[in-house]
Design a protein around this ligand. Structure first.
Ligand SMILES: O=C(O)C1=C[C@@H](OP(=O)(O)O)[C@@H](O)[C@H](O)C1
Ligand SMILES: C=C(OP(=O)(O)O)C(=O)O
Length: 426
């Protein structure tokens, strides 16, 4: 793994840029937008509700409808594989007097939506979900939405954001209390668009208040690179002998950068170059050189700051010297797949030593010895882009290589993954 690669725009920030641009009055311009399927699902939904969204050269131009101005979509909003699109858009619809149907692929249709249905019902929205609180569902937003104070029962930036976005068109102050901090891109960007939002840190909790009937001002946004996409290259360069790879433009918001600190604790050599600010977020180029890793106990408190990076961390742990123990990861069971059992099965199939517990994995690493690989028994990726990319990286450090059953889901978050991997391994 040598040379330089530039990771695409952050998925979380891209979703929010499209949504808030579509709610501002006037034209928002976005560069570096992730053009993955998940973000395109958000863009199509905002267009279906009245925004106009076009790409001119390298720039996305969004004409917003104004808070309160969303139109009733003529057809179901197709969310594909994207939990973020679904839950955040449900928040937006909740405080507009419109009816919308949400549909998704087989993976998304298995994921729990009760966690947003519950607070959004208190605001006044009504829902007809499929059994178990799942997609497909229909919802009708409140005509007179009620401001709520909501304490998050799960550490979820999607639930937090759904309530805050509903608060934008709700008279009065909507409050979200976070016992555990999750990614704060919504808060940062809402402020950037001129919303009246305050965050108070008290007794280890974060209290976020947003004033409703907001007027959002259009912005020029540069989306930083996605640390969740960079993580595959950080781990690959760490594991593959002889590597010296620079990954450009990596967002290092502290609520996202847990993977960097955990890998460093395991012995990774990650240097931050040209630290700068991009779009209100800290960004650096990361120079990563091969280095042996040692197993550690991962502090469950870091989980929210690297929640999507556990599949690739498990690959790193499989090659480390000694035992890595992770726990407190129940949320991984409700992502695009059950990422604990799917990664355990995949890594064992590739020759790693892994034990699955109720809320984590225990992995005994090979101390750098390559995995056997899976020559003729493709890994089942269960429509999960992060399983596919993690196991592709595992293939780089295996004797026989790793074959995966389906690469298509990679396009949901990182369409250029294979091209960049080929570029770095040439
Ligand atoms: O708010 C977001 O953009 C996201 C929040 C996380 O989900 P949860 O809120 O369900 O933890 C994360 O897994 C997802 O990839 C993106
Ligand atoms: C969990 C993820 O995304 P989403 O919830 O938006 O489907 C992810 O990208 O790993």
């Amino acid at each position: 793994m040598r040379g330089r690669v530039r990771v695409p725009g952050d998925k979380s920030i891209s979703h929010r840029a499209v949504m808030l641009g579509a709610l501002a009055v006037g034209e928002t311009r976005v560069t570096g937008l992730l053009e993955g399927e998940d973000v395109m699902a958000t863009a199509a939904a905002m267009q279906a509700m009245g925004a106009s969204i076009d790409k001119v050269g390298e720039e996305w131009r969004i004409q917003g409808v104004g808070v309160g101005g969303l139109l009733q979509p003529a057809a179901a909003l197709e969310m594909g594989n994207s939990g973020t699109s679904t839950r955040l858009l449900m928040g937006l619809v909740a405080s507009h007097a419109i009816t919308a149907a949400f549909t998704g692929d087989a993976s998304l249709s298995r994921r729990p939506m009760g966690r947003v249905i519950e607070p959004l019902s208190r605001i006044g929205a009504s829902f007809t979900p499929s059994p178990g609180g799942r997609l497909p569902l229909m919802m009708t937003g409140a005509s007179v939405p009620v401001p709520i104070e909501y304490r998050l029962p799960v550490a979820s930036a999607q639930v937090k954001s759904a309530v805050l976005l509903a608060g934008l068109n709700t008279a009065g102050i909507t409050t979200v209390i976070e016992p555990v901090a999750t990614r704060d891109h919504s808060e940062r960007m809402l402020r950037g668009f001129g919303a009246d939002l305050e965050v108070e840190e008290a007794d280890d909790e974060r209290v976020i208040r947003v004033r409703g009937e907001a007027d959002l001002r259009p912005q020029a946004i540069e989306v930083p690179g996605d640390p969740s996409s960079a993580a595959f290259f950080i781990v690959a360069a760490t594991l593959v002998e002889g590597s010296d790879l620079t990954i450009e433009n990596v967002g290092l918001n502290p609520t996202r950068a847990g993977i960097v600190s955990v890998l460093r604790e395991m012995g990774a050599d990650i240097e931050e170059l040209a630290l700068r600010g991009v779009g209100g977020e800290p960004v650096a180029d990361l120079r990563v050189r091969h280095s042996p890793l040692k197993g550690i106990e991962v502090d469950p408190a870091v989980a929210p700051s690297m929640i999507d990076e556990f599949p690739i961390l498990f690959v790193a742990a499989a090659l480390a010297n000694g035992r890595t123990v992770t726990r407190g990861l129940d949320e991984l069971r409700v992502k695009e797949s059950d990422r604990l059992s799917v990664m355990a099965e995949a890594l064992v199939a590739a020759g790693a030593r892994v034990e699955e517990t109720a809320d984590g994995l225990i992995i005994d690493g090979t101390a750098g010895e390559p995995l056997s690989g899976t020559a003729d028994n493709p890994i089942r990726t269960h429509l999960d882009h992060r399983i596919a990319m993690s196991m592709a990286i595992a293939g780089l450090v295996s004797r026989a290589g790793v074959e995966i059953d389906d690469t298509r889901p990679i396009a949901t978050s990182f369409p250029a993954f294979t091209t960049l991997l080929e570029q770095a391994t040439r």
